[in-house]
Design a binder for this molecule. Structure first.
Ligand code: UD1
Length: 418
């Protein structure tokens, strides 16, 4: 078999030190999609991730000049660019579907294929499509192509989402921002990344009133564009805190602690001491973590599904039991098999997983998706002996400078041919 680029990790080092969370992947992707409504924008604190690179490819294809200097992205529309998004960019990530709302509002239509992204066990887009239809979109499926048009332009609507889908809320919000009418969204998602998108759209001149679950948008024909600083990535921040916890270390992360209440509560239950300041969280771990009791993933402000795998890795070697209930993506268990191969004792039944702490031993591991990838790396950092990890491209979709940051904290981790 040919060599693959992967990671070599020797477990057992205590992680100690301070890191700063990058800009949030899940905030910058919808903001870049919303940029199709503007002539240009300047996005600061933009993480250097492969999913961001895909968004930039799509924006170039849609007529934008895209430049990056450090962590600042500059976008400027050079031509009308109302054209379909090629299937290879649609399939490269889930967030490419977020271009739909903006393209419908500005161009009156677009054809695209269903998006790709992490395989979390079925990721339909019915809520996106039904919400846009309520604004006047006509969407038909022809084979693998969605033909989306708004023959007489989109109109305002009162849309009630039956589930607070993050992506559907964002698509609808972007479509509503580019439609000169009033749109009311109820049952909306309330994730901090939605609030960041609202901040960006307000900066572009859109009037938006928002309270948890309800958003009222007074859209416009043309948006001015603005300079926006992306909020810190709460999932990345919690991943580094969990890395400190699982290695018995002491890690401080500069981030927005207000967005981390649920994971911080779990880390405290596992025996970690946590000190919170205005813009940082400092964790000191006990020598051995305790089981976390019950962890139930829920829409924000509940415990994030994106941290379920990472916290399972943290609990795998702890003393005692942790019970997981996955209500957001009920079949998001791809990491379980990898953790078991290290010695983890986990039983899955439907949307539940029961874990009993056990000693972990390093082995050959694979990243099956973005957060599962982070989880196996954390487990390997805590395990006895050496591990190899392949499937690095998954991690690079969502963690900027991952290996460098872990090494800075004292991990023995290198990129290697495996
Ligand atoms: C976003 C995040 C992802 C996170 C998830 C939940 C981005 C780029 N991704 O994904 O990291 O794990 O929120 O916090 O921001 N659903 C439907 N029909 C739809 C849409 C969703 O049935 O049309 C279901 C999904 O299958 C899933 C649940 O709703 O079971 C939540 O999905 P959603 O909130 O839409 O997640 P994403 O926006 O895909």
């Amino acid at each position: 078999m040919p060599f693959m680029r992967g990671l070599r990790i020797v477990g057992g080092n205590r992680l100690v030190g301070s890191v700063t969370a990058h800009g949030a992947k899940n905030a910058v992707l919808p903001i870049l999609a919303a940029t199709v409504l503007c002539h240009g924008a300047e996005i600061k604190n933009c993480p250097d991730l492969s999913d961001v690179a895909v968004s930039c490819h799509i924006l170039r294809h849609l007529g934008y000049a895209v430049g990056r200097q450090g962590d600042t992205l500059t976008l400027h529309r050079e031509e009308n660019g109302c054209r379909d998004v090629p299937p290879e960019w649609m399939r490269a990530m889930r967030s490419s579907i977020l271009f739909l709302g903006g393209m419908l509002a500005r161009c009156g239509g677009v054809s695209l294929c269903p998006p790709g992204g992490c395989a979390l066990g079925g990721r339909p887009i019915d809520l996106h499509l039904s919400a846009l239809r309520q604004m006047g979109a006509v969407i038909t499926e022809e084979g693998d192509t969605l033909r989306c048009t708004a023959p007489s332009g989109l109109h305002g609507a009162a849309v009630k989402l039956p589930y607070p889908s993050v992506g559907a809320t964002e698509n609808l919000l972007i479509a509503a921002a580019g439609t000169p009418a009033e749109t009311a969204i109820t049952g909306a998602a309330a994730e901090p990344e939605i609030t960041d998108l609202i901040r960006f759209l307000r900066g572009c001149g859109v009037t938006i009133e928002a309270s948890p679950g309800a958003i009222l948008v007074q859209g416009r024909d043309t948006l001015s564009g603005c300079t926006h600083t992306v909020l810190p990535d709460r999932i990345e921040a919690a991943t580094y805190l969990a890395a400190g916890a699982v290695t018995g270390g002491a890690v401080t992360v500069k981030c927005d602690p207000g967005h981390l209440a649920a994971p911080i509560a779990v880390l405290r239950r596992m025996g970690c001491k946590i000190k919170i300041t205005g813009d940082s969280v400092a964790l000191t771990a006990p020598e051995k973590l305790c089981g976390a009791g019950s962890i139930v993933t829920l829409p924000y402000p509940g415990f994030p599904t994106d941290l379920q795998a990472v916290f399972m890795a943290a609990a795998a070697g702890a003393k005692g039991y942790t019970a997981f209930t996955e209500t957001v993506f009920p079949r998001r268990w791809a990491h379980v098999e990898e953790l078991r191969r290290m010695g983890a004792d986990i039983t899955v039944a439907g949307s539940h997983a029961m874990l009993r702490g056990a000693a972990l031993t390093g082995t050959a591991l694979t990243c099956t998706d973005l957060r599962a990838g982070a989880a196996v790396v954390l487990a390997a950092l805590a395990a006895r002996g050496e591990s190899t990890v392949t499937g690095l491209s998954h991690i690079e979709r969502g963690y900027a400078e991952f290996v460098l940051t872990l090494r800075h904290l004292g991990a023995e981790i290198t990129i290697a041919e495996i």
